[in-house]
Design a protein around this ligand. Structure first.
Ligand SMILES: NC(=O)c1ccc[n+]([C@@H]2O[C@H](COP(=O)([O-])OP(=O)(O)OC[C@H]3O[C@@H](n4cnc5c(N)ncnc54)[C@H](O)[C@@H]3O)[C@@H](O)[C@H]2O)c1
Length: 322
């Protein structure tokens, strides 16, 4: 099988945040999608979420309303694993983050699916070797980790287990790239992959700064999104340093701030467990941050999510990513 042979995708856990986002993305890109969840009520939720996502894309002019109506017909909703898996060439698993769920779905693909079908887990950081450990065909198991919302954020981190075939990794890479994603392949297994490790490294320091009384939750968020975050949408830290070092590039920056940065690193957080009581402090801080937002930028989770998606879409259009 080649990437171009992938025509039908099975999304497992299709009513969840990630499953409904993936199903939206695959439908938007013209694939047939089997949307699986465990009962009728959840399938109804899946349908509502996917329809709302595609309607949003149509409202924003990303797709026409004719395309929206057409691709909605390409979704098949089912609570039967056999029906979800038997005719799919690619499976995007989006079940809860527990080995037992993911291993059971690998076993179901072994039982009902084609031997050639790829099993791609959306796991945020479980090991693919462990997810695939009982499979008859561990070579077809990969991680394909999206960032929320999966239909808008381009990154997909593709990861392998001990027995994953290099050809499957490459096929998944080609598939996601052709579909319009920005895939990267991890050369080795690493819990948390790349983006979540970076996110948690930043977050640990952000939490530590709040706990030490250096700044509020609101200000640490402002420091990120009004400063480095704006550049991060355009380039990564290495390229940022390259541009910051004038004619000496990245080497120039390291000469300039390298010694000071070693002093900062000496003072930075290294703890491995969330400090006791920190979650309440953070929640209180983020509640205040939300209350201080301008009404037009949204104050509730729902309003802020909508505001985020509007801004994300504008940014993606600016970057020619939609
Ligand atoms: N939430 C995020 O920001 C995010 C980002 C990237 C990856 N992920 C990963 O995506 C996966 C799903 O996360 P989520 O946030 O969408 O969770 P969620 O709880 O919103 O959705 C999980 C879905 O799985 C369904 N489900 C429950 N048991 C199942 C089973 N046995 N088989 C199949 N489906 C079952 C649920 O009904 C639900 O629809 C997790 O592995 C998570 O780590 C989450």
């Amino acid at each position: 099988m080649k990437a171009v042979d992938i025509k039908k995708i099975s999304v497992l856990g299709g009513s969840g945040l990630i499953g409904s986002g993936w199903a939206t993305f695959f439908l938007w890109k013209g694939f047939d999608v089997n949307v699986y969840d465990v009962n009728d009520a959840l399938l109804q939720t899946a349908k509502e979420r996917i329809t709302a996502n595609l309607s949003y894309l149509a409202d924003k002019g990303v797709i026409t309303s004719e395309v929206k109506d057409k691709v909605l017909q390409k979704a098949f909703y089912t609570k039967e694993l056999k029906d979800a898996l038997s005719d799919a060439q690619f499976v995007q698993e989006c079940a809860p983050e527990k080995y037992e769920h993911k291993q059971a779905l690998v076993a179901a693909l072994d039982q009902y699916g084609s031997k050639e079908a790829i099993f791609a887990s959306s796991t945020s950081g479980l090991l693919i070797t462990e997810i695939a450990k009982n499979s008859k065909y561990p070579e077809r198991c990969i991680g394909a980790h999206p960032y929320n919302p999966p239909h808008l954020i381009p990154l997909v981190e593709i990861s392998k287990g001990e027995h994953t075939s290099p050809a499957v990794l490459q096929m998944a890479y080609d598939f996601f790239q052709t579909a319009g994603k920005e895939p990267i392949i991890l050369q080795k297994e690493a819990p948390g992959f790349i983006a979540n490790r970076l996110q948690i490294a930043i977050y640990r320091e952000a939490v530590d700064l709040v706990l030490r009384g250096v700044c509020t939750v609101e200000d640490v968020d402002k420091a990120l999104c009004c400063g480095p975050g704006l550049r991060y949408a355009l380039m990564g830290q290495n390229l940022i340093f390259q541009l910051g070092g004038g004619p000496f590039g990245l080497k120039g920056v390291m000469m300039h701030i390298g010694p000071s940065a070693e002093m900062w690193m000496n003072d930075m957080a290294v703890w491995k467990k969330w400090p006791e009581g920190c979650i309440d402090i953070l929640q209180e801080g983020v509640d205040k941050e939300m209350a201080h937002r301008r009404a037009e930028d949204g104050k509730t989770n729902e309003e802020i999510s909508r505001w985020r998606d509007d801004k994300l879409l504008s940014l993606l259009k600016l970057l020619n990513k939609v």
